[in-house]
Design a protein around this ligand. Structure first.
Ligand SMILES: Cc1cc2nc3c(=O)[nH]c(=O)nc-3n(C[C@H](O)[C@H](O)[C@H](O)COP(=O)(O)OP(=O)(O)OC[C@H]3O[C@@H](n4cnc5c(N)ncnc54)[C@H](O)[C@@H]3O)c2cc1C
Length: 430
């Protein structure tokens, strides 16, 4: 296998696998510094995952929440981007194997994030719809709109129910936000778009395995989220696990079933470490075990940050929460340590600073947990909007998202309800 085309600049080569919150933050902090930085991602863009659900609910254009890597690094000659999927690592030879060729590294940073966890259920993995990429969010948008179109011409009540009803599995922030957003779509948009449909026939079900929503947030946040969803007419079922789905019928562990063709899977994530890592690196939930300096256990010059990394800290004995904040803080500490190491200075151990967590459940409804206090309702919703707007990359994206939100707020009507089915030119299908 040949080497991937990269110039030898004489600077130490830091290869970052994954341009999510962690990998991208690290690459940005090392841009313009005395390293050759190679950023590898299977996509040529960064994805802002917290707003996937708004793409799926036709509230935002996919292009407003993704950002091309090349545009970000136009002014930095020490950053090289390669769009490919890393297949494995050969730590003894300090190299990565990709379909484009071999990539040698002096320092390797694994920031590959997490993937959807179907808990080993192959049928659910095949038929349920996850939301871990912008393409999956778009797929969901198409599936929802397509099924409403089919429901219009379906005379059979039972079959129509299957097209209309939606089951969301997982009552974490993603499940709760999707449920709230779908309930608002049902209330404000569908009666205008589909006057022939009886929207009261549409049922939105949220199934949560544990006894409360938003596990990990405060009790007040869990209770309020439940109350908000009930106000919006969402059927919430706690202490229930979805065990099967055949594309038409969803089965629960209490023996009950629901008729629905769409199951949105928001029940959790798991790490998927790259092949080639030693046994010592294996942490819980598929994550990679690292020390307080982000170094992978048992390896030299190999680091892991973000969702994939498992670091035990006194205050977080089971690892850090898999959140954007943790990913970015880890990236900042590693960047600073790589620079300190080069300057011969002592390294700093990582300490996670919890800045709080939040979730929104439709307009004027959100829950916010800050380290010292919690609040819910309209003010929390405003804070949620501001925090997310501030975090989106790029001025153009911020402006587009802001105008979309203002427009949707004033008109109760997004205009992105398009069913776009990507298709290759016919000669490519031959
Ligand atoms: C729907 C949803 C909503 C969320 N909402 C919030 C929220 O409101 N607040 C919050 O703090 N967190 C939220 N999160 C969690 C947050 O997005 C993650 O914690 C964060 O993305 C982790 O960053 P990361 O860099 O570790 O991984 P990611 O951001 O997932 O990035 C991983 C990158 O690695 C690339 N990659 C993976 N494997 C390979 C490979 N083999 N070769 C090449 N490239 C590869 C991927 O393409 C991706 O770009 C949400 C997550 C989801 C899915």
């Amino acid at each position: 296998m040949t080497k991937i085309n990269l110039p030898e600049t004489g600077q130490p080569r830091i290869v970052i696998v994954g341009g999510g919150f962690a990998g991208l933050a690290l690459a940005r902090q090392l841009a313009g510094k005395p390293f050759q930085v190679v950023l590898i991602d299977r996509n040529n863009y960064h994805q802002f995952q917290p707003l996937f659900y708004q793409v799926a609910m036709a509230g935002l254009e996919p292009s407003s929440i993704v950002f091309p890597f090349r545009k970000l690094f136009q002014d930095y000659s020490n950053v090289y981007i390669r769009v490919t999927e890393v297949a494995s690592i050969e730590t003894e030879n300090r190299r990565l194997i990709t379909p484009l060729g071999i990539v040698n590294y002096d320092v390797l940073v694994i920031a590959t994030g997490a993937e959807t966890n179907f808990f080993g259920n192959a049928k659910l993995a095949q038929l349920a719809i996850p939301m871990k990429s912008v393409s999956e969010a778009l797929y969901l948008r198409n599936a929802i709109l397509d099924d409403y179109e089919k429901a219009l011409t379906c005379p059979d009540v039972e079959e129509r129910q299957g097209y209309l009803d939606i089951v969301i599995v997982g009552g974490g922030p993603t499940g709760v936000e999707v449920a709230g957003s779908l309930a608002e779509m049902k209330q404000y948009i569908l009666p205008k778009d589909y006057p022939e449909l009886n929207v009261s026939e549409i049922d939105i079900h949220l199934i949560q395995g544990s006894g409360e929503l938003l596990t990990g947030m405060s009790n007040a946040a869990s209770q309020k989220a439940l109350a908000f969803l009930k106000e919006l007419g969402v059927h919430v079922k706690l202490n229930t696990i979805v065990v099967d789905f055949d594309g038409e019928k969803v089965s629960m562990n209490d023996g009950t079933t629901l008729r629905a063709r769409k199951v949105i899977w928001a029940a959790g994530v798991t790490g998927a470490p790259l092949p080639g890592l030693p046994e010592t690196a294996r942490g819980p939930a598929g994550r990679i075990r690292v020390d307080r300096f982000h170094k992978v256990d048992g390896l030299d010059e190999v680091y892991a940050i973000g969702d994939i990394a498992y670091m035990e800290e006194e205050a977080y004995p089971k690892g850090h929460p898999q959140l954007a904040q943790a990913a970015m803080q880890q990236a900042a500490n590693l960047a600073s340590n790589l620079l300190r190491q080069k300057a011969g200075k002592p390294l700093r151990t990582f300490k996670y600073r919890n800045l709080g967590s939040m979730a929104t459940i439709g307009r004027h409804r959100a829950v916010v947990d800050l380290p010292r206090f919690q609040f819910q309702g309209a003010f929390a919703w405003l804070i949620w909007l501001l925090v997310h707007l501030f975090q989106i990359l790029g001025v153009k994206n911020k402006v587009f998202v802001f105008f979309n939100w203002v427009w949707n707020y004033l008109t109760y009507d997004q205009s992105l309800r398009l069913i776009i089915r990507p298709r290759a030119p016919s000669h490519k299908n031959n």
